[in-house]
Design a binder for this molecule. Structure first.
Ligand code: FE2
Length: 249
């Protein structure tokens, strides 16, 4: 015969077991931009109870930029899920060559501007000047875009984010460490830009009141705040490497 005390013991034991399992499965949430970890175990408020306007303490990304880490055995963030990678042909490089497209003047202007910046960093003043001239030329022959809206910028940024796994796959397959590194920084910076543009779409100019916009001159990370961050959340350079963006219309 099972007594009431026995039943109570079973109930209590079961509850403790479930609580133990919950504890084991306590959630950690990772910022997809800077890698900040929000561990429910170590915080006073569980992540899912944080207000919608909560921001990553390190990089300022929104709550939606965090992804739950279900367990320790979860796929590491840096590992690209196979399903996310589109097939890009054989290993000979021929298919990549066939994929190469002619860049538009606007794209060439951006590439030359980046190359100019790269030359500046290496104190190659003459080359930087020439690339800047080319960038200005290509910008001058770039036709005006009819649908230059913030919504379209958000769409283009999302397309870039969606395409990063493919770029990374090609870089890895060709052992191109430089390109692979660009993917790591580039994807994070693009995610942050996308996050900010989407915030702007929701909040409008209010999100920029009483604050400033800072850009990391090394990796391009954009930060909204009164002061630049203590360290760039993406490339880890100190605050003096950040430039304040001024002259906004
Ligand atoms: Fe940076």
């Amino acid at each position: 015969m099972v007594s009431i005390d026995d039943k109570q013991r079973v109930k209590t034991g079961f509850r403790e077991q479930v609580q133990g399992m919950r504890k084991e499965e306590s959630m950690r949430y990772i910022c997809q931009i800077c890698g900040y970890v929000y561990d429910d175990d170590k915080e006073k408020i569980p992540f899912d109870q944080l207000p919608d306007d909560w921001k990553c303490p390190l990089c300022g990304a929104t709550k939606t930029d965090f992804k739950a880490e279900a367990s320790k055995s979860q796929t590491p963030m840096t590992q690209i899920p196979k399903a996310a990678v589109k097939p890009v042909g054989d290993n000979t490089g021929a298919s990549e060559a066939a994929d190469i497209k002619k860049l538009s003047p606007g794209q060439l202007s951006a590439v030359c501007s980046d190359l100019a910046r790269g030359c500046e960093k290496q104190y190659k003043t003459e080359e930087a000047g020439l690339f800047n001239e080319l960038a200005a030329y290509f910008a001058s022959v770039t036709p005006a875009v009819d649908d230059a809206t913030v919504e379209n910028v958000a769409k283009l940024l999302q397309e870039d984010i969606d395409n990063y796994p493919n770029v990374r796959a090609v870089a890895d397959r060709n052992n191109d460490r430089g390109a692979a590194r660009i993917c790591v920084w580039g994807e994070k910076v693009t995610r942050m830009l996308s996050s900010l543009v989407n915030r702007y779409l929701n909040e409008g100019e209010a999100m920029l009141e009483g604050t400033d916009i800072w850009v990391c001159t090394v990796c391009g990370f954009v930060y909204i705040g009164e002061e630049p961050p203590e360290l760039c959340p993406v490339c880890k350079v100190p605050p003096y490497k950040f430039e304040k963006i001024e002259g906004r219309a």
